[in-house]
Ligand binder design. Sequence first.
Ligand SMILES: [Zn+2]
Length: 190
Amino acid sequence: VRGLPKSFQFLVKALEALPTIGRKSALRLAFHIVLNNPHHGVRVAHAIEEALSHLTRCRRCRGLSEDELCPLCSDPLRERDQLCLVESGKEIYLIEESGGYQGLYFVLDQLDEEVISQLKTTIEENGTREIIFALTPSIQSEGTMLYIEELLKESGIRFSRIAQGVPTGVDLENIDALSLSRALKDRVPR
Ligand SMILES: [Zn+2]
């Protein structure tokens, strides 16, 4: 952009690369941080640095954690034989907020060798007997479910998915807690 200082353009580019932030928002945020409220900017930068240096993936569920195991995986009161497969770490907290689930989780954000081998280890360590797919309904997630079922068909694990009260193409993030809780409760066998 002509007329904007280099370091400012660098900031705008970095903000713009974040999900849900378009060019206009990036510009607005950058001006806010630099000119209107530099203190706020420093606080955000510090919070990001702190989060990045303290947070990692849980060894067992690949969700967010400050330790080797997250609070959910190390909670002795969770039902260890149920494993809910979600697409990203944030979905764990959406389901937790819905309050309709007592089992454990696994974040299946990609289908590569490392994640698959981690899934197998987690199933073994937890003693999983049922896998509940809580994936956003799509052609791609259908493929993922078939793949996982095929992969684990010798294991004797039961498979289910959250009920189709969840509309096709709608991100789990945009579903209210009651619908999400019901969808989990009314899950159907596959
Ligand atoms: Zn965990």
